[in-house]
Design a protein around this ligand. Structure first.
Ligand code: NDP
Ligand code: 8X3
Length: 252
């Protein structure tokens, strides 16, 4: 039987690359996101290219009832999930605390923090039933150093780091691994979303240096998920070579 990964936010960026990486290595994939047409296209591509099974589930991680409706009654053949990747997330705006939008704050908190909690809670019974499982939470270098005008986005990623530590402690009796991966700048749709469709502003984020690409993160997730049973990477920071941390990038 193939191993099973569930990855949230698989319609673009890291999530899509993670699904491709695992499918290419024979894992069956549960992929989620809000954009149904992108999920369907990815699902068809993974089945065609790799011959694995794929279950696309469309829901908004902010919607607690939708999360539980989608995930608590999985078909029997999908219940033995090996790895959950809590990846769905976003930044909205890069604004001073004084001028930032409270609606943006709500969306980031509801998605990056509450969404991650809902999905984790809904999937957990599949892990505890077998005393085995692996939760991989996507944090950020923004969890490690707060930067100017990053306020609530940085706070949500600090929360992801704290929740990962808490899960690691509380789920220890079930031998569930918990890994937090904290990437620096990666060229995906992230900045386009953050700057609300302003392509010039989004592109400028990656000007003057070579950022990471989604496949770098997928390879890292795959590495963490395929270590021996007794080995767990707890916390991992990954940046491009031009970046030291969330405050310092060398643009040469
Ligand atoms: P993308 O914008 O390319 O992908 C984000 C994914 O999250 C999409 O598939 C999107 O799907 C999904 N998503 C967003 N909101 C929701 C929601 N409410 N419900 C369900 N799915 C949602 O960005 P990245 O791949 O770069 O980002 C992935 C994660 O990595 C995020 O948590 C981000 O904070 C984090 N990160 C990104 C970095 C970067 O520089 N790119 C660096 C460090 C961390 P859809 O819109 O279809 O719902
Ligand atoms: C995404 C990286 O530097 O925009 O988490 O916060 S950064």
């Amino acid at each position: 039987m193939n191993k099973i990964i569930l990855v949230t936010g698989a319609t673009s960026g890291f999530g899509k690359a993670i699904a491709e990486q695992f499918a290419a290595n024979g894992w069956d994939c549960i992929i989620t996101g809000r954009r149904a047409e992108k999920l369907t296209a990815l699902s068809e591509q993974l089945v065609l290219n790799y011959g694995v099974k794929v279950l696309p589930l469309v829901f908004d991680v902010q919607d607690r009832h939708a999360v539980f409706a989608a995930l608590t009654s999985l078909p029997t053949e999908w219940k033995q999930i090996d790895v959950l990747v809590n990846n769905a997330g976003l930044a909205l705006g890069r604004d001073n605390f004084e001028t930032a939008s409270i609606d943006d704050w709500d969306t980031m908190i509801d998605t990056n923090v509450k969404g991650l909690l809902y999905v984790s809670k809904a999937v957990l019974p599949y892990f505890t039933a077998h005393n085995k499982g692996h939760i991989i939470n996507i944090g950020s270098t923004a969890a490690k150093e707060v930067y100017a005008n990053g306020n609530v986005y940085c706070a949500t990623k600090s929360a992801v780091e704290a929740i990962s530590k808490a899960q690691r402690i509380d789920l220890l009796p079930h031998r569930i691994k918990v890994t937090a991966i904290h990437p620096g700048a990666v060229d995906t749709e992230f900045s386009l979303v953050r700057f609300k469709g302003d392509a010039a502003k989004a592109k400028a984020v990656y000007d003057g240096y070579q950022p990471l690409v989604a496949e770098d993160i997928a390879a890292t997730v795959f590495y963490c998920a395929n270590l021996p049973e007794h080995v767990c990477i707890n916390d991992l920071v990954i940046t491009c070579t031009a970046q030291a941390n969330s405050l310092t990038t060398f643009k040469g």
